[in-house]
Ligand binder design. Structure first.
Ligand SMILES: [Zn+2]
Length: 302
């Protein structure tokens, strides 16, 4: 049984003047329906505001809640924060947190949104409003659901917001493998960073992952992994540069799942980045990622 966290309000009408497509989150569920995989859909609640404020500046949280985000921050985010965008900004962290709770119960669960890894304390950035990964990690630890959380971020872009928000915490480890020559221009410092060169390709990418991920997990000793499973390292992604194939991405996801399950760790995934004019192709890429994780999870004997 695949546990998926999804909310109809993850989807929002396209924002004027932005190329960010909010319909991706609906298309992912449409693409998922093409597969006959036993699953259960879980509806998240909006994240409790105090838990967002535990990570983000309360003034910025209020700006998002009241759809009064200043223009310079909206420019940084990449779209205007309308009522629908605001609503989904509160739902996505609720979704990642719920996926983590389900993962602790069942071993694996996937949020069909989230992975907003560029959002900083007092502003969103790079299509991210609130940092669901940091919010969820902090809440899980504060409420005693987990003692040590590892955020594994394999989106093509560095998880700079997550790194900045979780910096200095001994109980959260941020792991990012990304394209070095890509947004953000100025990288933050994660607990572990590996910036790869353009057109790295499957073989070198998977070798780098195998060299560094198991070692980082063993060194840190998390009891839960939050996995930002962005599919933008794909060769055909509009913003990707790492030239991974479908098979390469699937091998990546299987490797992450095996690394977690061989150590008895629960793992929750968040959707992360994926961009292209063929929006259904992008949605199918995300679904293949979820299914690769699920199949590897089942193969590990739950
Ligand atoms: Zn990305």
């Amino acid at each position: 049984m695949l546990h998926i966290v999804h909310h109809p309000y993850y989807v929002s009408p396209a924002a004027p003047g932005s190329s960010f497509s909010f319909d991706k989150y609906g298309l992912v569920m449409q693409a998922f329906a093409e597969h006959a995989v036993p699953h259960q859909i879980h509806l998240p609640d909006p994240m409790v505001r105090a838990w967002i404020e535990a990570v983000h500046d309360p003034l910025y949280v209020e700006q998002v809640a009241s759809c009064a985000v200043p223009a310079d921050k909206e420019r940084r985010i990449g779209f205007p924060v309308t009522e629908r965008v605001s609503r989904r900004a509160f739902l996505a962290p609720g979704g990642t947190w719920l996926a983590a709770r389900l993962a602790l119960q069942h071993g694996f669960a996937a949020n069909s949104a989230g992975g907003s890894h560029h959002a900083l304390a007092d502003s969103g950035a790079g299509y991210c409003v609130f940092n669901d990964l940091a919010i969820a990690a902090n809440r899980l630890i504060a409420e005693g659901d987990a003692k040590r959380v590892m955020i594994v971020d394999l989106d093509v872009h560095q998880g700079d917001g997550t790194a900045a928000l979780m910096a200095g915490r001994a109980d959260v480890f941020t792991f990012s493998i990304h394209a070095e020559k890509n947004f953000p221009v100025r990288k933050a410092r994660s607990s572990f960073d590996l910036g790869l060169s353009d057109d790295t390709g499957d073989e070198d990418y998977l070798a780098a992952l195998a060299r560094h991920l198991p070692q980082a997990i063993d060194m840190f000793g998390p009891d839960l992994i939050l996995y930002q499973a962005g599919v933008d390292p794909h060769a055909e992604d509009r913003l990707g540069r790492l030239a991974l194939s479908d098979a390469g991405l699937a091998a990546r996801d299987r490797f992450v799942m095996h690394a977690a399950r061989q150590r008895g760790l629960s793992i929750a995934s968040a959707l992360g980045g994926g961009y292209g004019d063929d929006r259904m192709a992008v949605a199918r890429r995300h679904v293949r990622s979820m299914l690769a994780l699920h199949e590897a999870f089942m193969a590990c004997g739950e």
